[in-house]
Design a protein around this ligand. Structure first.
Ligand code: TXA
Ligand code: MG
Length: 345
């Protein structure tokens, strides 16, 4: 089947979803591989197509706040405020699940992540199907997430996956995932994955709703083995090497050749490449504005790895330390195979 024929309309997507066949769905963050939450066959296929381990839970996409409330327990004032401020948009909230969310979706956890995507075609699709859609990013496990329909077909077209074409994803990196709890006028926010919404945005929004104190905590990594929290994730097809701004191309090659044997051939189920010669290298250059850098990160990584290059390198400068770069930094460091000791971690 040609790639073009794998691009489908919303109506065709609804039919496939109703038959338990996952489809590629555009969202503002990255493209998802979606299935109806009430079709176990479809959910199972998501894991098979992506080669995703069953321990890694899926997030569920809704088209309204009311639909989200049908899935979860404990929806409080903080959730309502955050949903009003940021939905539709790149914020996923983890709450106790109701029984209509299966253990297959949550990998046996009693919590589920929910979000309302900010893309008209995704919202139309979820509304037309009349059922929330579980969807991870539409890439093979461990690899770079797709931000166009064409990228989805490169990743999963060989599995027969069809995709709705909603244009390039505007945010470009995945949603922020949080857990929120409140006690009187105080809120505690646990950031499970940094993303399209920053801590400052969350703090400002909650203060505007009468929450006087907002604390941020880091997740207990033993409680869930979330893929976004694995050490190697979002990886391009060839090694990505992070260096500092004063490194020349010759320095990059020397550093890579001295250290490439330290790259494991496989890590957490993801095969890593480690060429033994470097004839061509490709530089990942990120725009200076963080919104643009996020939007272009994954497509730039893909472009760099399809350039006949042996390795990719990126010069990481000090601006990466600031709040608006946290999510980009997180993705870049997890996508990297080698990090020069001069790069500040
Ligand atoms: O922007 C996004 O969030 C995209 C688009 C398609 O919506 N989706 C996405 O899904 O990034 P995925 O599966 O690639 O990443 C979701 C992350 C995984 O790391 C998973 O482990 C974590 O969310 N997750 C899902 N449910 C969870 C839960 N109940 N508790 C903790 N982490 C959870
Ligand atoms: Mg993913």
């Amino acid at each position: 089947m040609s790639k073009e024929r794998n691009i489908i309309s919303i109506e065709d997507a609804v039919q496939k979803l109703n038959q338990g066949i996952p489809i590629g769905m555009p969202t503002e963050t990255v493209y998802g591989l979606a299935a109806r939450i009430d079709k176990p066959d479809g959910i199972q296929k998501i894991f098979t197509f992506k080669k995703r381990p069953f321990f890694d839970p899926l997030i569920v996409h809704v088209f309204s706040i009311d639909q989200a409330k049908t899935l979860v327990e404990g929806w409080g004032r903080v959730h309502q405020s955050l949903a009003s401020s940021f939905w539709p948009g790149p914020l996923t909230m983890v709450l106790q699940k109701k029984s209509l969310v299966s253990d297959l979706i949550t990998s046996g956890l009693n919590t589920v992540g929910v979000r309302m995507p900010n893309h008209p075609m995704a919202l139309k699709l979820i509304e037309s199907v009349g059922c929330p859609l579980a969807a991870p990013s539409a890439n093979r496990f461990g690899r770079t997430s797709p931000t166009t329909a064409a990228d989805v077909l490169v990743e999963l077209g060989d599995q027969g996956v069809s995709c709705i074409d909603g244009g390039p994803s505007q945010v470009g990196i995945e949603s922020t995932i949080i857990e929120a709890s409140e006690d009187q006028s105080q809120a505690v926010i646990t950031v499970l994955r940094p993303g399209g919404i920053s801590n400052d945005q969350i703090r400002t929004s909650l203060k505007g709703c009468g929450i006087s104190k907002v604390d941020f905590t880091k997740p207990n990594l033993n409680s869930v083995k979330a893929s976004g929290q694995l050490k190697h994730h979002y990886m391009p097809q060839i090694p990505l090497v992070l260096v500092s701004p004063d490194h020349s191309e010759a320095d990059v090659i020397k550093f890579y050749l001295e250290h490439h044997e330290e790259i494991p051939s496989e890590f957490e189920g993801v095969k890593l490449n480690r060429p033994t010669k470097v004839s061509n290298l490709s530089e990942l250059i990120l725009p200076a504005a963080p919104e643009l850098a996020a939007r272009e990160l994954y497509s730039n990584l893909r472009r760099c790895s399809s350039n006949n290059a042996d390795i990719i390198f990126c010069r990481v400068n000090d601006q990466f330390q600031t709040d608006s770069w946290v999510a980009i930094r997180d993705r870049l460091f997890k996508a990297a195979s080698l990090i020069h000791p001069k790069v500040k971690i």
